[in-house]
Design a protein around this ligand. Structure first.
Ligand code: COA
Length: 327
């Protein structure tokens, strides 16, 4: 029994905010933001949108692309660090909205590595429960509701959106093509952090909404090492050279991180998928949005060596190397 990505989908809120728009209220410029990150614009959720609504739209699109009914989904995972509520899970509400009546649903909290982590959980679950089992894996974020819009060193990097993939079993006879490597370095947990949990007792009086706090430099230094290390490890396990990767789909955090990794790995720029200029960093949604765009652009063809790598708060990192569309 083989595992296969049966369909992908994504959703970006219609509202587009350019660097020039941000520069109207923030001491920044289009030139600075683009030179330091590769970002020109991002999509931000409208007042009636949230992580649930984006996840539902992306999930619905992936189900349609896979040609399956929501009731056929057994496992529904939503990777997010900007859930609608701390409790219940975003996935529970998405399950209701999509009508995945036969699915167990949970959130994956691994920040920007969340989609890769959740895809690997789906691979494990489907391997244990083979047959007709199917999983819907979604990465969805509304980061515009958690960033500090006064902090020019962080808010300029992020955007909103969602991406999704349906994974299912098939009998195509393509097995053992997937390699994965997932890790966490908790020593760096404070570099990307948002308060609001149970760390401290409830304070007296009104409290400001907690926002994302980021130390850009250590995160950058971590990412430029983690990204190539994961790819080298995956290629080593698969017995291929890094230059044999046909499409590299990294987390879209910063074009300088992506370019530095591609250079070190000897992966030519035409084999690296990027959409950071218009989508920015959408954390757990970043990789599935990019994958869906790559599918729709005809850049993912059967048999290609494809590598997804995520890294982010935790510090989490990890990747999957596979022969598209098999897992
Ligand atoms: N516009 C204009 N100037 C800005 C600015 C902005 N939006 N943000 C910061 N600056 C200023 C700083 O205040 C600093 O000024 P100073 O030299 O007078 O003190 C100067 O630009 C340089 O700041 P620095 O922090 O050294 O810039 P950088 O080149 O490291 O880039 C980041 C900052 C945030 C873009 C970069 O560190 C980064 O991308 N880090 C990784 C973040 C990330 O990927 N997070 C998500 C991980 S999943």
């Amino acid at each position: 029994m083989s595992l296969k990505i049966l369909g992908t989908g994504s959703y970006l809120p219609p509202k587009i905010v350019t660097n020039a728009d941000l520069a109207k209220t923030l001491d920044t410029s289009d030139e600075w933001i683009f030179a330091h990150s590769g970002i020109h614009s991002r999509h931000l959720a409208g007042p009636d949108e949230s992580t649930v609504t984006s996840a539902v739209r992306a999930g619905r699109a992936a189900l349609a692309a896979a040609g399956i009914d929501a009731s056929e989904i057994d496992m529904l995972a939503v990777a997010t660090c900007s859930p609608d509520y701390l409790l219940p899970s975003t996935a529970s509400i998405v399950q209701k909205e999509l009508g995945c009546v036969n699915a167990f649903a949970f959130d994956m909290a691994a920040a920007c590595s969340g989609f890769v982590y959740a895809l690997e959980m789906a691979r494990g679950y489907l391997t244990l429960h083979s047959g007709t089992t199917k999983a819907l894996v979604i990465g969805a974020e509304t980061l515009s509701r958690i960033v500090d819009w006064h902090d020019r060193a962080s808010c300029i990097l992020f955007g909103d959106g969602a991406g999704a993939a349906v994974v299912g079993c098939c009998d195509d006879g393509v097995d053992g093509v997937c390699h994965s490597y997932l890790r966490t370095d908790g020593t760096g947990y404070a570099h990307l952090l948002r308060e609001g949990g149970t760390h401290a007792p409830i304070a007296e009086g009104p409290r400001p909404a907690p926002t994302l706090q980021m130390s850009g430099k250590p995160v950058f230094q971590f990412a430029v090492k983690a990204l190539p290390n994961v790819v080298e490890r995956l290629c080593g396990e698969a017995g291929i050279a890094t230059s044999d990767i046909d499409l590299f789909v990294p987390h879209q955090a910063n074009i300088r991180i992506i370019d530095s990794a591609a250079k070190r790995l000897g992966i030519s720029r035409d084999k690296v998928f990027t959409n950071i200029d218009s989508v920015a960093n959408t954390s757990a949604a970043s990789i599935p949005i990019a994958v869906d765009e790559a599918v729709r652009a005809g850049r993912l063809r059967e048999g290609m060596n494809v590598c997804f790598v995520g890294f982010g708060a935790g510090l989490t990192y990890g990747g999957i190397l596979t022969r598209w569309p098999y897992l």
